[in-house]
Design a protein around this ligand. Structure first.
Ligand code: PYC
Length: 337
């Protein structure tokens, strides 16, 4: 029996997929996107699994649903879905969602060139540029980002000790900079990143606790950001972001870029207003900036957080209609270990 039919617009943001689901939305309970995210995870996770995993998706697949605004001042809300779950915030997902939705006439901004969006991690603002019927760039003013833990040393069997930071940019990131046991991403293959990331994530998760000070449902180290030397002369830094079980972000990663800027700012290596061009594993770029700062209360007391912006582009490349039929043995997806 057909359990769900979903019309989708497929796009990519700087190389990473975004599948905007435009019909088949479940009715989610809650006053905020954080509450609606919890309801989706409890009752409707089969939709995420069916649309994101093979055979309808793949290891890197991610997507979104647009919902009506939760707040009076917002234009719309976004629920993010991907192979690793429902992220509190996703930068490449926002850029792809906004591009695909505007080009399809699914979003009508209250103010020209600007959108206020409720997401599970809070509220974000977006500015966009259009040329004819195409969206050329999307700039996200993200939720506040902060350095949560610094100089954590974990001993990794087969690799040796690694000293890392943990930073929040909408998700919690382990940030690994080049050091004795990690030469930088330019010296590692994608297979090396896929091999070591889950092991390092588990070691860091056992060493530190991460719970968002304003929303306890946002917790846990989910992503790793490995750094190295950029390929492009105009990039400020390069990264490979690992998430889920097998994904390396093909985009420079919006929440990862926010977390990285928060880390560099806390260490005095990036200033307010400074342009930060972040390069992905495939060489695509986002332009980031520390727009301003604010004090936030954490379990370690008052911490200076940054208000980051990230700018990038997306392209729509297809439309499809996907059914999930529970007669299909792979209705809810599978993954190859
Ligand atoms: O752009 O924030 C992002 C993101 C998270 C995971 C993959 N991309």
């Amino acid at each position: 029996m057909i359990k769900g039919t979903f019309f989708c617009i497929d796009a990519h943001t700087c190389g990473n997929p975004v599948r905007l689901v435009t019909s088949g939305h479940p009715n989610l309970l809650g006053n905020t996107m954080s509450e609606k995210r919890q309801h989706f995870l409890q009752e409707y996770d089969w939709i995420r699994r069916g649309l994101m995993f093979e055979p309808r998706g793949h290891d890197m697949m991610s997507g979104s649903f647009l919902y009506p605004p939760c707040s009076d001042n917002a234009d719309a809300s976004i629920l993010f879905i991907e192979t690793s779950g429902c992220l509190p915030m996703c930068g490449h997902g926002t850029i792809g969602t906004v591009t695909a939705a505007l080009e399809a006439g699914l979003l009508r901004p209250k103010q020209a060139g600007k959108l206020v969006l409720d997401v599970p991690a809070g509220q974000i603002t977006v500015q966009f540029e259009q040329q004819g019927d195409k969206v050329k760039s999307v700039k996200i003013f993200n939720v506040s980002a902060y350095l949560a833990h610094r100089d954590i040393t974990v001993d990794i069997d087969g690799l040796g000790p690694l000293t890392v930071d943990v930073s929040y940019g909408g998700n919690y990131y382990v940030i690994v900079e080049p050091q004795a046991n990690f030469p930088g991403i330019e010296h590692w293959s994608a297979d090396d990143i896929l091999r070591w990331s889950p092991i390092v994530r588990e070691a860091v998760s056992n060493a530190v606790e991460c719970v968002h000070p304003q929303d306890p449902t946002v917790k846990g180290v989910s992503h790793l950001l490995w750094t190295g030397t950029p390929k492009n002369a105009d990039s400020s830094a390069a990264n490979a972001v690992f998430y889920g079980d097998k994904a390396i972000d093909r985009s420079p990663c919006g929440t990862g870029t926010s977390a990285r800027m928060a880390q560099l700012f806390a260490k005095g290596e990036l200033q307010v207003g400074e342009r930060f061009v972040h390069e992905s594993y495939i060489g695509s770029q986002f332009v980031g900036c520390v727009e301003s700062t604010e004090e936030i209360q954490t379990d370690k007391g008052l911490v200076t957080a940054i208000k980051p912006s990230i700018e990038g582009w997306a392209h729509v490349f297809g439309k499809n209609c996907i059914t999930i039929d529970d007669d299909d043995p792979y209705a809810f997806g599978f993954t190859v270990k």
